[in-house]
Structures are given as C-alpha cells and as structure tokens.
Ligand binder design. Structure first.
Ligand code: LLP
Length: 432
C-alpha cells in the first residue's frame, strides 16, 4: 500500500497524524474513517497557492458532495476555500460550518423551488443555472424578493474525458448543463441577460470526475473560452468570471497516474491567462471546484477483521466489519483500493485475499484481490484513499450503523461525526 500524507510504519504498526491505528481502534471502535488533517491542509494550500496569477483571481470551491460534515467544512472554510453545494442538505451543513452566502456556489440539475427559497434565505449569492426552466424558477423568486444574484450558466462543451461511464458529465447526451452546440443556448443566455435580477458572471463546465488526462482540462478550457468569444460578439456583453468545475484524478492503486497538481495548476492558470488575453476577453476570476483531489487520499477506513474463509474453488475471503454500506464505490464503479494490515505491516505478504464486507449481497466486495499476511480475526485492515464519495454515499443497508469519522493531526484526534447508534437507525420509524 502506498503511504499517503502522514501515514508511516512504526513499531506500533501504522500511524496516521502521529497516532497508531491500534490506539484509534481502541478509542473509537471500527469501522472508523480517519482523515489526515495535515494532508487536507497541504492539498488546500496547493490549490490556493498554485492556482493564481497577477491578472486573474483563482477561487477554490470545495465540492462538498465528496464528503460533507460540519467539522470538515469548518476546516475547509478556515483554510480559505469557498464551497460548492447541490442540495439543501449540503447547504445546511455549509451554513452551520460558518460559510457566508458569498462563499457558496449553488449547483444541481433540478433545483426544487423550496431549495431555491432556502438558499436565498441563507444569502447564497451565486447560482449555477442548469437549464432554461431554472432561469424562470429563480427569476420569479428574485422578482418577489426584489433581489439580484450572480449566476453562471452550466454549459456542456462536449469533451470526452476518459473516466468511468457513470462519472462522465460532458458527453453529448449528459443530463448536466446546456450544450454549446445548439442554437437554443443563445436564447437561454438572452433570457438571463434580459432579467434584471440575474447578473450573468459567465459559464460553468465540469467534464467529469477522476480524470487523469491533463489535456482534457486544457481542451475544455479552450472550448469554453471560444464560447465566451461567441457570446460576447452576439450580445455585446463582457463576462467577468468562469468556473471550470473539478474532476482532477487521484491515486487509488498502482497504475493510476494522478494529475500532478504542483505543476498542473500553475500551467492551467498560465494557459488561461494567455488564452483569455489572446481572445480579448474580460475574465478576471476563474473558479475551480475540486472534491476528490482535496480529500480522497487524506481519508482511510479502518476495519476489524472477523472471519476468513477458503471456498471450495480455492478463493480466500477476509471479512471485515463494514462493507458496501460504508463504501459503495467498488460495487458501483468497480473502484479499486489498496489496503494493509495496520497491526502487522512488517510481516511478509503471503496470501491472496478478496476483502468482503458483512452485508447480504454477493457484490459486497471491497477489494477483489490483494496480498496480505495470513489474516487473523481481530487484525486491523486499513483501506486507503477512502476520503471521497464514501461516507457521503454511505447507506444503512442491512441496518448497519454508519461509522464514526475523525480528524487526526500531530498526535491529536477529533471526532467530527459520531458513530450511529441503534436509536439513530429508528429515529424516523413511526412506532405505534
Ligand atoms: N463540480 C461539479 C459540478 C461536480 O458535479 C463535481 C462532482 C465536482 C465539482 C467535483 O468533482 P471531483 O473533483 O470530486 O472529481 N460519486 C462519484 C463521483 C461523482 C462526482 C460528481 N460530481 C465517485 O465516487 O467516483
């Protein structure tokens, strides 16, 4: 397993944030999601420091769908990030974490009237419009309130990014945004420009998630900038901002070649600066919305091994005390992960295992094939890079309790989401 951030081997086994996994299990139980705060901090600093230039302001909005909890979002806020939310629930969490409305970008392809009302009540200042009806829905509410907000229109630049089918978002038949290849889009822009309550800042595009090819982002940026030129000519308007979304691929397993943010972010900004100037555009601010690349490698899930089993066909299973309920990604996207026995890292890896959870589903497999020392009941299995889209997509299937989540740094751990209890499970049940 590749060690990330502050993970290191010691005589006490695997340490994260200078705390041993064994000690953390003792204190919080398992399954336990452990976030390495120093790694989140350094990723955030990287985005902020590298995505900047003399002429263009870079703004980094954390895509909170990757993992949203008040404690985590408060940290993101203190690190100087803005936040991207796409439901009342994500907004509620961001507001409790102290984000002011001018730092919140409101997304979604089907914003409900009541969600828009709630967002306006909370002072959200920027909305990303997905399609024509949303223009009317939002404008009607603003008319009543006599209130003006900033908007971006989400456009689909039709860039094919090489990633899993389910997480591509800019194919021509995607449900997100309006295609720049239809005439229709100009009448939507006309409506927005004609509405006194909507202040069009520019366009938003997000071409997909877990993308490794840097060229896809440059291609998308060029397409989007060409579209700005087109729009400015047609409507003689100048648009001050652009939002290029997130999607920067990260390392999960051997063979993944993640985007090298240290060089990529500076290169992207330099490219934008040149291309904006070349086209005579007035863009002064560019927003990025990283989710996975801020939190994925910082998070790991610690499980306790229960039984092991060798099937008639010779397959070795190692069972852990969680599974697809706390991490549905392997089942949903065939996602692959690395892991280690955190209490026996020095021992030789002698046995092939399939790591399976405890849910009543054959697809409840966390890792298809991994070499480990011969596993024993009570061992600690740490699966790395589970910081994005795991807890946020967790379920209570089989009425399993959702794990606790902690932040660790410099020998100190802080609980940010407590473990669910049986009472939490039935809190919505109507018991007669
Ligand atoms: N901005 C928008 C508008 C998005 O839809 C997303 C992700 C992001 C930013 C952040 O993308 P990131 O930097 O995290 O790649 N559940 C899937 C991922 C779905 C991504 C949805 N949108 C998974 O587990 O792989």
């Amino acid at each position: 397993m590749l060690l990330h951030g502050t993970q290191q081997e010691s005589s006490e086994g695997l340490m994260i944030g200078n705390l041993s996994c064994q000690g953390l299990k003792h204190r919080y139980g398992t399954p336990l999601i452990i976030y390495d705060q120093a790694l989140i901090e350094s990723q955030a600093a990287l985005f902020i420091q590298k995505f900047t230039s003399r002429t263009i302001q870079g703004e980094i909005a954390y895509a909170s769908k990757a993992f949203s909890a008040v404690g985590l979002l408060s940290l993101m806020r203190t690190l100087g990030l803005s936040v991207d939310v796409s439901s009342s629930g994500e907004l509620y969490t961001a507001v409790l974490a102290g984000f002011s409305g001018d730092k919140i970008y409101y997304h979604g392809n089907n914003k409900l009237p009541e969600e828009l009302d709630y967002a306006l009540d909370q002072g959200v200042s920027t909305f990303i419009i997905d399609h024509r009806q949303e223009v009317n829905l939002l404008a009607a509410r603003l008319e009543q309130r006599k209130q003006r907000v900033n908007v971006y229109l989400r456009i689909n630049p039709g860039i094919e990014a090489h990633t899993h089918e389910y997480i591509k978002t800019a194919k021509h038949d995607s449900k997100f945004g309006e295609s720049i290849f239809t005439e229709d889009i100009y009448s939507i822009i006309e409506e927005i420009l004609g509405c006194r309550w909507l202040d069009l800042q520019g366009f938003h595009s997000h071409i997909g998630s877990q993308i490794f090819a840097e060229s896809s982002f440059f291609k998308a940026a060029a397409e989007v900038l060409d579209f700005y030129v087109d729009v400015q000519k047609r409507f003689s308007c100048t648009l001050p901002s652009m939002d290029l979304g997130g999607g920067f691929g990260v390392y999960y397993t051997d063979g993944d070649v993640p985007i090298q943010l240290e060089s990529f972010l500076g290169n992207l900004m330099a490219y934008l600066e040149t291309e904006i100037k070349k086209r005579g555009l007035a863009i002064k601010k560019v927003v990025l919305e990283p989710g996975r690349s801020l939190v994925c490698n910082a998070g790991s899930t610690l499980y306790t091994v229960g039984g092991t089993k060798t099937t008639y066909s010779g397959k070795n299973y190692c069972f852990v005390d969680g599974g697809m309920s706390d991490n549905p990604r392997p089942a949903l996207y065939q996602a692959a992960y690395e892991a280690t026995l955190a209490n026996r890292m020095h021992e030789a890896m002698t046995t092939h295992y399939t790591i399976a959870g405890k849910l009543c589903e054959s697809g409840d497999i966390l890792i298809r094939d991994i070499m480990l020392p011969e596993a024993r009941s009570g061992d600690l299995l740490l699966v790395s890079s589970t910081g994005a889209y795991t807890y946020s997509m967790a379920s209570n299937y089989n009425r399993l309790l959702k794990p606790a989540v902690i932040l660790v740094k410099d020998g100190i751990s802080r609980l940010i989401v407590r473990r669910e209890t049986l009472d939490d499970l039935i809190r919505m049940d109507v018991v007669q």
